[in-house]
Design a protein around this ligand. Structure first.
Ligand SMILES: Cc1cc2nc3c(=O)[nH]c(=O)nc-3n(C[C@H](O)[C@H](O)[C@H](O)COP(=O)(O)OP(=O)(O)OC[C@H]3O[C@@H](n4cnc5c(N)ncnc54)[C@H](O)[C@@H]3O)c2cc1C
Length: 426
């Protein structure tokens, strides 16, 4: 197969890369290992979009804004939360409208390289077909840096001890009585994190410390220090971000064990909610995420390694191509000893930037990067990994590839930034 831009991974990052590059006239093939689109944003049931706005201005624009407007028109967006199925439908429609060639149920298994270039990638489909694809540019948007890893590029994983962030199997519930929840939060402020607002426009709750203690005394091993959920569009629907599993995310046996553990924890959590929580008397399990939530696995070495210090110092770059304002957010592998490592950037009214160089491999001149496998240190990645920022990275690298015929290294990065601004992406 021949294409101009081969994008690996159809999560929120790869989707944006593919649509932007295709709209700018490139022939794009998107290779996705599942039968669906959106990655963690849809199959992982992750919600809501973490903060990407400042003083009323959205920091990620372009196709991301267009997608959100479409989802909103269909009733699938409510402030910063969205319905995963409406999101999938609109993403699929946009891929089709923009003539992106999509290969579902397909993964790479061998990468042919020569000097500093990737020449082609061998693919295998779920039904055993073997294909080979050549392209001018290859984009690793797999989240796990799998294409880069197969090409022999340098990748990093975990913190200094080699420990990855905890994994979470997300799930959704229905039948929650939000009025009772709000009353409970207002009457028991100390039982919740201070940021939980009793007058919430969207129900977003974390805490229930007293009930967790009581449940433990009764012998119910609650798997986390808190119970955390967010309202979803629809009636009494929530998405729950509470299972917590330590595992090595570059080892498939560990990931498989984590899936079993995650589902066992879900059963315990459901029992906990129905036994102890106000507003959950008629609640029920709606859906378990088809994809386990991996926050961090491999990070690819790029021309620049984005760092936690860049986040803390709200650093701007001459080639800054994504604006973001989400702080460092590490979920350590052990939930019980968990000291949540969260750092809000020092000035809440300012942003930092991710440089284009963090989206370009330092070892292969035609290998671009988008999403949570960006070139970053452990803390830098923990801030940059949120969905809007990943969408912004996808847009930036898709746009960059459309400007170039050969090497990503030869581009005038400052000029790319200026063009992104002129075209309304930044
Ligand atoms: C539990 C959890 C909670 C989170 N909470 C929030 C939140 O509240 N708000 C927020 O904004 N962000 C949140 N995040 C972060 C955010 O969801 C992810 O970092 C982001 O969605 C990553 O997008 P991505 O496109 O880079 O990767 P992914 O979504 O992982 O997409 C990668 C895609 O590549 C495909 N793929 C993988 N390997 C291959 C391969 N070898 N070949 C072909 N295709 C492949 C996958 O199937 C997938 O479709 C959370 C993450 C987790 C895990």
């Amino acid at each position: 197969m021949k294409t101009e831009i081969a994008v690996f991974g159809g999560g929120i990052a790869g989707f944006h890369t593919a649509v932007v590059a295709s709209r700018l006239g490139k022939k794009v093939t998107l290779i996705e290992r599942t039968s669906s689109i959106g990655g963690l944003a849809t199959l992982g049931l992750v919600n809501p979009f973490m903060k990407y706005w400042l003083n009323g201005e959205k920091l990620v624009k372009g196709i991301f804004e267009e997608l959100l407007n479409r989802v909103e028109k269909k009733g699938g967006l409510f402030f910063n939360i969205f319905d995963s199925e409406t999101m999938k439908i609109e993403m699929l429609k946009m891929l089709k409208e923009n003539s992106v060639n999509v290969l579902f149920n397909t993964v790479p298994y061998y990468v042919k390289t020569e000097n500093n270039r990737i020449n082609s990638v061998k693919l295998i489909t779920s039904i055993g077909e073997k294909l080979e694809i050549t392209a001018d540019f290859f984009i690793d948007a797999t989240g796990d840096g799998t294409l880069a890893y197969l090409s022999g590029a340098t990748v990093f994983s975990g913190n200094v001890q080699g420990e990855n962030q905890a994994l979470t199997v997300m799930f959704t519930m229905g039948g929650v009585d939000f009025e009772k929840v709000k009353e409970d939060v207002s009457n028991n402020r100390e039982n919740f994190f201070p940021w939980v607002d009793p007058d919430m426009k969207i129900v977003s709750v974390a805490g229930y410390f007293e009930e967790i203690e009581r449940a433990r005394k009764d012998g119910l091993e609650f798997p986390n220090k808190y119970f955390f959920y967010n309202q979803l569009p629809g009636n009494g629907r929530i998405t729950v971000n509470t299972t917590h599993i330590g595992a090595k995310t570059t080892n498939i046996s560990e990931i498989s064990r984590a899936i079993f553990e995650g589902v066992e924890q879900i059963e315990l959590i459901i029992k906990f909610t129905k036994t102890y929580l106000k507003g959950f008397e008629n609640a029920y399990l709606e859906k378990i995420a088809p994809s386990i939530g991996i926050r961090e696995s491999r990070r690819i070495k790029g021309l620049y390694v984005f760092t936690g210090e860049d986040v803390k110092n709200l650093r701007k770059f001459e080639d800054g191509v994504v604006k973001a304002c989400y702080g460092i957010d590490v979920h350590p592998k052990d939930a019980q000893s968990q000291k949540i490592d969260k750092t809000v950037p020092p000035q809440p009214n300012d942003y930092y930037e991710i440089p284009l160089r963090s989206l370009i491999s330092s070892e292969f001149e035609n290998l671009g990067i988008a999403g949570r496998c960006l070139s970053a240190d452990f803390l830098g990645q923990s801030a940059a990994r949120i969905m809007p920022t990943c969408a912004g990275m996808g847009q930036a690298i898709g746009f960059t590839c459309s400007l170039s015929d050969g090497s990503l290294w030869d581009l005038d990065f400052k000029k790319v930034k200026k063009l992104l601004e002129e075209e309304g992406f930044l």
